[in-house]
Design a protein around this ligand. Structure first.
Ligand code: SAH
Ligand code: SF4
Ligand code: F3S
Length: 475
């Protein structure tokens, strides 16, 4: 397998900075024409990794003179950062493109760009070239760092620009980023995935696994903390294999220990952990840490050994359960969440019972339950025994009920405890309340008093409402 370097590409960075200057003059010209600052809107579909990419796009757009808006209707430039993990994500994009076309008809200077995972699929590009010809710019997941350059090309041309790379070993650090939240931030520690779970398209659209240099990660976090961030979420498709391919290998647990040293940083989260690679070292580091949150997202996907094997997950139900036992023994108060798939080719209702059994035994604090979606190009898509819709639906409903019952049961256990919460926002329904997140990821709403967003407070959990709490601040 190719060894990837992860050094910052300084030459590319300088080049992109030059393109940012050129893009800025294009935007200035547009501002003159419009008599105001042009507005851009970046819409994210998909996971935290895509959300982080959107912050990078938005950072460049702000740098070159755009103002940001969340209303697509008023934007002069709309960027869809797409996801293709399940087909419904793709369908949402196609649906909304029709709406964007109607906006563009009324506003001919409007620009539309598409990027992200869905754009790494040839069939998608063909379809857009044919049926969505009003799109101005398309790029993928590997060349996001050259966004400024692509913008210059877009402004200087009038036909659709398509630039998709199959792979890259380039990592370009230190481009501008617009953070969505002032007090917390996601941080990529690695890109891509090498696991090739048989149902999953991510390795094909995100490329091979590449870890970032730990020094770059630590420096980025230090800068964030200096800028007011108290909580970081370390992001990777499989953080437990972080660092293995670096010139000087380091484990994920070692990286966490380094992050923990950063003064002023209060909380550390990470996702996602693949069960096959979760080490004893990591459990030990978590157990002794004051900053690593008491939450582990540990996708199991299925409970039947036959299905797990066909999914290429590399663990058995018994191994997974033993791992959960080990984690809970070390940290009894930890919240464990998971992802579940129903309807993988060949899955019977008896197999789903095995998944339900895992949920009953583990008692997840939360679980995302998905219906299997056939992704062209993955091994599972070529399997002959695709499951009929009615069987999938029956299994899904049975599983969902158990997931909800156990999550409620887990939530109720916190009743009456006083725990630390990071205040995230003013409550959406009732502005006299604040919403905070506990270390274990549970939300709690409480009267605001003198508290402010980004502050850590101790909150008494007074009333459980199923999946969240209401409470009050304890001074
Ligand atoms: N890297 C992470 C998951 C990334 S995708 C991990 O391995 O845990 C997030 C979730 O989407 C997966 O955990 C899986 O449950 C779900 N998923 C992926 N491909 C899917 C498909 N083809 N159909 C349905 N769900 C899928
Ligand atoms: Fe997909 Fe598996 Fe990689 Fe997760 S580990 S992104 S499910 S291939
Ligand atoms: Fe979707 Fe890409 Fe994330 S396919 S789940 S946005 S890595």
């Amino acid at each position: 397998m190719t060894q990837y370097t992860s050094k910052n590409d300084e030459r590319e960075l300088a080049l992109q900075k030059e393109y940012m200057r050129r893009a800025a003059s294009c935007v200035e010209e547009l501002a003159q024409e419009l008599g105001r600052r042009p507005l851009c809107c970046v819409t994210t579909f998909g996971c935290q990794m895509n959300a982080r990419d959107s912050e990078k796009l938005s950072g460049i757009l702000t740098q070159i003179g755009y103002e940001t808006t969340e209303q697509e209707e008023e934007a002069d430039f709309v960027i869809y950062n797409t996801c293709t993990v399940r087909d419904n994500a793709n369908q949402r994009v196609y649906g909304r493109l029709g709406f964007l076309n109607s906006l563009k008809r009324k506003k001919p200077h409007m620009k539309i760009a598409l990027c992200g995972c869905m754009m790494q699929e040839n069939t998608v590009i063909e379809k857009i070239r044919k049926s969505y010809r009003f799109v101005d710019l398309i790029f993928g997941t590997h060349n996001l760092f050259k966004f400024a350059q692509l913008l210059v090309t877009m402004f200087e041309n009038h036909e659709m620009i398509v630039d998709i790379w199959d792979e890259t070993d380039q990592i370009v650090e230190e481009l501008p980023v617009n953070r969505k939240y002032p007090y917390k931030s996601g941080i990529n520690i690695m890109f891509g995935c090498n696991n090739f779970c048989s149902y999953c398209i991510v390795p094909y659209v995100r490329g091979r696994e590449r870890s970032r240099d730990p020094k770059e990660i630590l420096q980025e976090i230090e800068h964030l903390v200096a800028d007011g961030v108290v909580e970081v979420m370390l992001l990777g498709q499989n953080v437990n294999s972080y660092g293995k391919n670096l010139d000087e290998p380091i484990t994920f647990a070692q990286l966490l220990q380094e992050v923990e040293q950063i003064e002023g940083l209060k909380r550390i989260r990470f996702m996602t952990s693949h069960p096959k690679d979760l080490s004893d070292e990591l459990i030990d580091v978590m157990k002794h840490s004051d900053k690593i949150c008491r939450h582990l997202h540990l996708p199991v996907q299925a409970g039947s050994d036959r299905i797990l094997q066909a999914m290429n997950r590399n663990y058995t139900k018994a191994q997974y359960l033993a791992l959960v036992d080990k984690i809970r023994t070390a940290m009894p108060d930890i919240a464990i969440t998971t992802d579940l798939i129903v309807g993988f080719p060949g899955e019977t209702l008896e197999d789903v019972e095995e998944t339900i059994d895992v949920v009953r035994r583990v008692k997840y604090d939360n679980a995302f339950t998905f219906i299997y979606s056939k992704r062209t190009g993955t091994p599972a898509a070529a399997m002959e025994n695709q499951v009929p819709e009615e069987i999938v639906k029956t299994g899904f409903d049975r599983l969902l009920k158990v997931v909800q019952d156990t999550a409620r049961e887990r939530a109720a256990l916190l009743q009456g405890q006083t725990l630390e919460a990071l205040i995230e926002e003013v409550n959406e329904q009732d502005a006299s309340l604040m919403t905070g997140r506990l270390s274990n990821n549970m939300l709690v709403h409480f009267p605001a008093g003198n508290t402010k967003i980004g502050q850590l407070v101790r909150v008494s959990l007074d009333t459980c409402h199923g999946f969240y709490y209401t409470g009050h601040v304890v001074e």
